[in-house]
Design a protein. Sequence first.
Length: 456
Amino acid sequence: MTEDWPVNSSIFGFVAKTKAGWQHMGRCPHLPGCCWAVLEQRPVGYIQSGKWRRVLASSSSFRSVTTAVRVHGGPNVIAHLSDEVNRLRAKRVFVVCGQTVAHKTDLLDRVKQSLGERFAGVFDGAQASSPLPSVELGTAQAREAEADLILALGGGSAIVTTRAIIILLAEGGRAQDHATQYPPGQPPVSPRLMKPKIPNIVVLTTPTTAVTRSGTAVLDPETGHRVELFDPKTRPTAVFMDTDALLTAPDWLCLSAAASCFSGVVGALQAPNQLNPLAEGDLLQALNLLRRDMPLVKSQPDNGQIRIDLCSAAFLMNRAMDSGASGSALGVVSSLAHSLDSGYPECSHGDAYAILTAPGITFNRDFNLSGQARLASAMGVMKEGMDDRQGADAAAIAVAEIYRGLDMPSKLREVGVPEDGINQIAVDTMTDFGISRNIRPVKDSVELDEMLKQIW
């Protein structure tokens, strides 16, 4: 809901609620074109078409579900692993990681030292996209080790593999038996996985958004499609953002994870309806951290605080989702990205989102003008005199420029996609969960073909 006031075209900045009403108090120090209430310190609106448009508080109710998780951040916090294991009364801690973490860093030794005699073994076969054969092998090894707690040591691949292992340990059978189904012409259906799950702890090496999620997608190499599982009981009980652990990841991998997170944040900030204050606050802080710190990953490769801040942005984004934010405004982007990086392993997650996010905003524009205008305001590109369409276009341009400034790809051919491979990406996307909730209904893969051809 908005309230329009005529204003002088040169006025924008601070406003405050006084006895005389809302008063202009000077320029905003945060973002151009964005006004903040001096007294209440919250965004209250923006200039549009010569009018001050104030965003009124939504009268709708909202729900925030806070998941119990303890977060440790800073130098050598891995030393506190034993404290969390004690809290969970675990006796057999099984570690899941990849080959690089296991054999080219000292992280596994540090974890073993902290766990002591409770270390029950390690599966070092976690791979990008979490292919089913590696998940099944990890499940067998965890079962043989009689694990009562699993520690994911690494980035998104280790975390997703861990969640899938936990589900298969409890539910049995094949991953496909528990996966989200897509009945023709109907919404997707995720079965309820009711059996108790053993807990897990995450020690991060990248700022992945996989960190505190309930969804788990593994790759079926026989079909080339993702198998999607969902169980909130697989969220971690503790997350460790250890400075030295985060610095083991190469710059490109850290930036790839952060770039994926940035896409999620700008998608959530363009929600079609005004966000509630909890979700909006987390997303705005995540946006600030990402815009400030992503450009510094390469220029300050030894700065661990930058990486902790980026991990915090991913954590905040996920917490905003728990508070009512949604990815529906850019569901097409997440679905296309999943199909792209699953089909082309040389394309990282971050590269996929760098290529697809701005075009996805444009693809959805006419179905979400007001939401995209709010994103433009949050990014400081909603200038005086702009209408919603112009603001939406400005937001898409700003997002593309941020990715370009990070030297990330903008065309599909840059990541190895042949022109005749476009159609298969579009077809695969139609069976991804995100496309079903995209704000612009997508009824046929032909619509996606046209978008992908423009960015080939």
